[in-house]
Design a protein around this ligand. Structure first.
Ligand code: SAM
Length: 219
């Protein structure tokens, strides 16, 4: 099945509300734990989170790692509003900063020590822009963990995944999940993107039936 693009920025109020109120605990907590297991040189690190959404991953990361700082970047103003609100409630505003910006327009005063991104790449029309940003924003040798959805072979398979993993979610979230699966990349496509940007030292893995991850150090 060919990739079918979905809208890039999530700024529709109903869509943002459905996403921000959904329970991504096991996925997001798993992502944070994997990042901390893979890399043990994050003391005082400045970590960039591209497409941070409502900030759940930066908040979990800051709770679990005592000294890192995170800058979350998202092009959606309502997502950034959620992230700021949840950060205030968590009392983490001294360690978490959020910017409402497309990552394609981002400039940094200094390169980041590490970079994470979950579920952004399928939104991006040209994924090479994303991998170029990963290279540009990082210190040499900086740790990277990127996770996203894996495009199934057919719409029927996508529907089955929605039924399996989002049976009890709102219709809005189920539709967004379906659209996201159709907009996602295959493992081979991700490997080709990395090769094109000379990032083949990064590892690509498929940890379950609906995700790929890319991890390693960017040189
Ligand atoms: C599916 S959400 C993932 C949010 C978060 N990373 C998480 O795991 O919960 C994808 C986010 O990427 C944002 N996004 C899409 N295109 C973007 C771009 N070009 N620059 C920055 N953010 C973008 C969307 O607005 C949305 O909030």
């Amino acid at each position: 099945m060919d990739r079918r693009l979905e809208s890039e920025v999530m700024d529709d109020p109903d869509q943002v509300l459905a996403y921000a109120q959904a329970n991504f605990e096991s996925e997001n907590q798993g992502f944070v734990e994997q990042f901390l297991e893979l890399f043990d040189d994050l003391d005082e690190a400045h970590i960039l989170d591209l497409g941070c959404g409502p900030g759940d991953i930066p908040i979990r990361l800051a709770r679990q790692h005592a000294t890192c700082r995170v800058t979350g970047v998202d092009a959606s103003a309502p997502m950034i509003d959620w992230a700021n609100r949840l950060t205030q409630e968590a009392g983490l505003q001294h360690r978490l900063t959020f910017l409402c910006r497309r990552f394609q327009d981002l400039t940094l005063d200094a390169p980041a020590d590490a970079l994470i991104s979950n579920s952004l790449v399928h939104h991006v029309p040209n994924p090479l822009r994303f991998w170029f940003a990963v290279k540009s924003f990082m210190k040499p040798g900086g740790p990277v963990l990127v996770m996203d959805l894996l495009r199934p072979e057919s719409e029927e398979e996508a529907r089955a995944l929605v039924d399996q993993y989002a049976a009890k979610e709102s219709e809005q979230l189920r539709q967004d999940f379906f659209n996201s699966l159709l907009a996602a990349f295959t493992e081979d496509e991700v490997a080709a993107q990395l090769a094109e940007l000379n990032l083949s030292r990064l590892m690509v893995d498929v940890p379950d039936d609906r995700h790929w991850i890319v991890y390693g150090r960017v040189y």
